[in-house]
Design a protein around this ligand. Structure first.
Ligand SMILES: C[S@@+](CC[C@H](N)C(=O)[O-])C[C@H]1O[C@@H](n2cnc3c(N)ncnc32)[C@H](O)[C@@H]1O
Length: 220
């Protein structure tokens, strides 16, 4: 475990040095490009989104917080060794226990890509993790799911997950569709939902970053 943590820390240091030269080592597949070039930047431009949680960290996601420069980003990863690939604000935590770490109604968006079926597999654990995530969203908050509709990753398909039932299906940011298969080979699918607005209170939207406050008051 210590050896793994040291290996990841070294990898993170080397990658960060490369990143600073402007040579970002990353996956070039179409599903990643959609996430990195379209979905995350669109989320960042949304004046309603000031805070976001990104679940699951790996060497190829280390730069994701930087794709959301106007958003307060928190990262979460169950594997302590992978903290090296997390953002400045990082939680070593199991998403199943998200409510022990994140205040209810505190997040504008949660991006949960490649976690369902990639460690978060058991149906009860999935229900607990997603129900907890929904509780941590502000009313109107966005839950973005990336998952693979292919065995063995699709043991728990989203349309069987009760925790997602009360949510409103909405277009994935930047894609104009609620559900989109981004890569045929691995059936990597992006889907988005919103927590219903009905229990919204004005006080819950006061923590925008200055850039986003300016954008919303300018009507953008
Ligand atoms: C395939 S990687 C995906 C990483 C990244 N989110 C992405 O966009 O590809 C899955 C990661 O999710 C983490 N993970 C799995 N189950 C988790 C859980 N219950 N809570 C937090 N992280 C978890 C794994 O440790 C692993 O690092």
């Amino acid at each position: 475990m210590l050896a793994k943590a040291e290996l990841y820390r070294t990898a993170a240091r080397v990658l960060s040095t490369l990143d600073r030269t402007g040579w970002i080592l990353r996956y070039r597949w179409g599903d990643r490009r959609l996430l990195e070039d379209v979905i995350l930047p669109t989320l960042d431009r949304d004046p309603a989104v000031s805070s976001a949680l990104l679940v699951g960290c790996a060497w190829y996601t280390r730069h994701y917080p930087r794709l959301l420069p106007r958003t307060h980003v928190l990262t979460m990863e169950i594997d302590p060794a992978k903290a090296a690939f997390g953002g400045e604000r990082h939680l070593v935590a199991n998403m199943v226990e998200i409510r022990q770490h994140v205040a209810p109604g505190s997040l504008d968006a949660i991006v949960c890509n490649g976690v369902l079926g990639w460690g978060l597999d058991d149906a009860c654990a999935v229900e607990a993790a997603f129900a907890g995530a929904v509780r941590c969203l502000k009313p109107g908050g966005l839950f973005l799911l990336g998952w693979n509709d292919i065995a063995p990753r699709n043991g728990c398909a989203p349309d069987t997950i009760a925790a997602l039932e009360g949510l409103e299906a909405v277009p994935v940011p930047g894609l104009g569709a609620h559900s989109l298969v981004a890569l045929e080979r691995n059936q990597h699918c992006y889907q988005a939902w919103r927590r219903p607005e009905e229990d919204a209170t004005p006080a819950q939207n006061t923590d925008q970053t200055p850039e986003k406050r300016r954008a919303s008051s300018a009507g953008g």
